[in-house]
Write a protein of this length. Structure first.
Lengths: 216, 216
DNA sequence: GTCGGCAAAATTGTTGACAATCCTGTTGGC
DNA sequence: GCCAACAGGATTGTCAACAATTTTGCCGAC
């Protein structure tokens, strides 16, 4: 699943359409619940309708768009309840990754985590929520990578794609980075200490607080 | 050749192809790593190639088939390592569901679980591994359903589809049902006791033993 | 004035044909 | 005899046109 989506290389028409559409949706250029008419998209992206169609099927299985038979496609809106449910799944899956990472990661990789933690602290101290948000994503990705759990990684990639909007909004909330930071540092610390149970607990605590934040 | 239009059904061709293909793969009618040629499938199922194509894209995102650009589709073979990784994900996700079910389930639903547990005990006592395996699936499904966690349910559905073969093999292993049974009963007991932490721990213990069993 | 049905427009689903790509077996040169 | 280039066949990717379905605007009946 999740064939590589590299917008840079010259790929097939369908994959190009897929990349463009995904990018447009993730950037929020498509209004929530906006109708996605195959003909319009085909003209807009300079590909044929069949390619757009295939791309839409792919995106539907990723949960980014909703397809109703004979009635067309729309960008899927993620309600707050869904965001909470998704984050609950993230909670356990990232917990698994963190626990495995605490056991599997190399010393070099642990050093990378330490570095990331320092960069995040600096971003918060400097009051740069966007940079912090990016480092945040980076940290989560790295933990997944270091865990070697590719199945969980794939599932999380899909889940996160549905949350981009909510996550971004959350990062801009005043006071949120400070709290988030300390939770993240706790995760890093537990992994470096090679304590899988503590790492899992720390991740859960963190995402638990994210869930609380969503519920406003 | 006998492309009967089936006037009564009116089902969509793609979804029909998808259902047939999935069924064929799940039943093991397709040899492992067998090449899936779009033309052959189209003729075999009495639909057009485009429909088969769409179905294959869907199945690829479900992880049942593997699609290589310009080179076709094959049924994906799940190695033992992958089966373990998948089960690790099931472990945490079903743990989440069990914990939520322990809180959310109605009294009536708890009664259903009790019933299921008794049926499973009987199946083991009667030495009917197939019946037991079916009840086993039923139990897992019910717990997911009772949890109300639709996101996790969707993820698990996808993961389980990839494991059907391994799960079935496991069920037929001598001595396995006995051990499995006691673990399942522990899960049921914890949920009925409305103890989410114990329920999660019991599910994890169970799937942990499944992982051990896979590693032979 | 409102409701039910009807026809036209818009949109998706499907089809068959065409082009691009990849694998295979063969041939020619060294 | 072995390796590289080359045709041949097979398979996927793409395209434009056609059919089926749904939605929408409209008209007439009550």
């Amino acid at each position: 699943m999740a064939k590589e989506a590299r917008p840079g290389t010259g790929e097939q028409a369908k994959q190009l359409a897929l990349a463009k559409l995904r990018q447009a949706i993730l950037r929020g250029e498509m209004a929530p619940a906006q109708r996605l008419v195959e003909n319009e998209l085909a003209e807009q992206f300079g590909v044929t309708r069949a390619s757009v169609r295939a791309a839409l099927i792919d995106l539907a299985s990723e949960g980014l768009v909703e397809r109703i038979p004979n009635r067309g496609s729309r960008v899927r809106v993620v309600t707050v309840e869904e965001a909470v449910a998704i984050t609950e799944c993230r909670m356990v899956l990232e917990g698994l990754c963190a626990a495995k990472a605490a056991v599997e990661a190399s010393e070099e990789q642990l050093a990378q985590l330490t570095e990331l933690g320092e960069a995040m602290s600096k971003a918060v101290a400097d009051g740069e929520p966007v940079t912090y948000s990016e480092l945040n994503n980076e940290l989560h990705s790295r933990i997944q990578e270091f865990s070697g759990q590719q199945v969980a990684e794939g599932l999380l990639e899909r889940l996160n794609a549905q949350l981009v909007k909510h996550r971004f909004q959350l990062a801009l909330r005043p006071g949120r980075p400070q709290r988030s930071l300390s939770e993240h540092l706790a995760v890093i610390e537990a992994i470096i200490a090679r304590d899988p149970q503590a790492a899992e607990a720390a991740v859960r605590a963190h995402l638990g607080s994210v869930i609380e934040a969503y519920r406003d």
